[in-house]
Design a protein around this ligand. Structure first.
Ligand SMILES: Nc1ncnc2c1ncn2[C@@H]1O[C@H](COP(=O)(O)OP(=O)(O)O)[C@@H](O)[C@H]1O
Ligand SMILES: [Mg+2]
Length: 265
């Protein structure tokens, strides 16, 4: 097993984290997601690609019930996380979002210190018994987000004073601090310069060891670089889903081919 090359390892069947069946989302009369069914694997990066407005962000938000916060959104279908229905009445969306963390397009640190940004989730979920445990969680999360060395001497400084790339890694640290199982990322690099982008991409690749990562990206190069599975959305439908290599080199659907060759923008 250990001498498998990465490309071969990527095709090994992993545990299914999210099982989504017959999913529809409406915003008033707009049918934004149409009968989408997809399995999201554990310890895998899954990329959602497709033209602007095709529903990538909408579908991503279904996975941690962020659409609950949009009044006119109506979500239908089955969304199972480890076999449990996340839309069950007994599920607390706040608890769910600690398990299914989210990183947004624009880095959005709280107007608090670097330390308090990361400690926020562990505090509200009571994950630390005392200050030294909290310190440990903060350090571990910042290390996982590959930003510890850059901030360890200024943990009391405001998170908003960091560079864009650092802020995004701080937001990733904040998301991993509650020990999520899934990380949802909506175009996490689109506000970043190329150097910060490659740092975050490297980090995504490392996070895959412990998490299931779902990334929305408008960059096909990025999808090809960071993901093992790719889902191509078009006009609210999931047109094609498969191994990233197959989607990019040998798409089965003509719409996927048009998109990856630049004919649908
Ligand atoms: N909050 C909202 N209210 C109303 N319509 C929305 C909202 N968010 C998205 N939409 C609509 O849903 C469709 C899918 O949008 P979105 O999921 O943002 O696409 P993508 O992320 O692929 O660009 C679009 O037609 C968009 O206009
Ligand atoms: Mg979007």
């Amino acid at each position: 097993m250990n001498d498998m090359r990465p490309a071969e390892r990527a095709v090994t069947t992993k545990d299914i984290k999210f099982e989504c069946r017959n999913c529809d989302v409406y915003y008033g009369d707009t049918h934004a997601i149409k009968d989408v069914s997809v399995d999201v694997e554990d310890k895998t990066v899954t990329a959602f690609i497709g033209p602007s407005g095709c529903g990538k962000s909408t579908f991503l938000r279904c996975l941690n019930r962020m659409n609950d916060t949009i009044d006119i959104a109506r979500v239908e279908g089955t969304y199972l996380l480890d076999g449990e229905d996340i839309y069950d009445k007994r599920v607390d969306p706040v608890q769910l979002r600690a398990k299914v963390g989210m990183v947004f397009q624009k880095p959005n640190p709280f107007p608090k210190s670097i330390y308090d940004n990361v400690a926020y989730g562990p505090r509200i979920h009571g994950l630390a018994k005392n200050k030294s445990q909290l310190d440990e969680i903060v350090e571990k999360s910042l290390r996982r987000a590959a930003i510890w060395e850059e901030v360890k001497d200024r943990l009391a400084a405001p998170g908003t004073g960091l560079s864009g790339g650092q802020q995004q890694r701080l937001c990733i640290a904040r998301a991993v601090a509650t020990e999520p199982e899934v990380l949802l990322m909506d175009e996490p690099c689109s506000a970043l310069d190329p150097i910060a982008t490659s740092q975050v991409e490297e980090l995504i690749d490392e996070l895959r060891e412990n998490y299931s990562v779902v990334i929305v990206t408008h960059s096909m190069q990025q999808a090809a670089r960071v993901s093992q599975k790719t889902a191509f959305f078009h006009l609210g439908s999931l047109v094609e889903f498969g191994q990233t290599g197959q989607i990019f080199t040998n798409p089965k659907d003509p719409r996927t081919e048009s998109y990856i060759t630049g004919r649908i923008g």
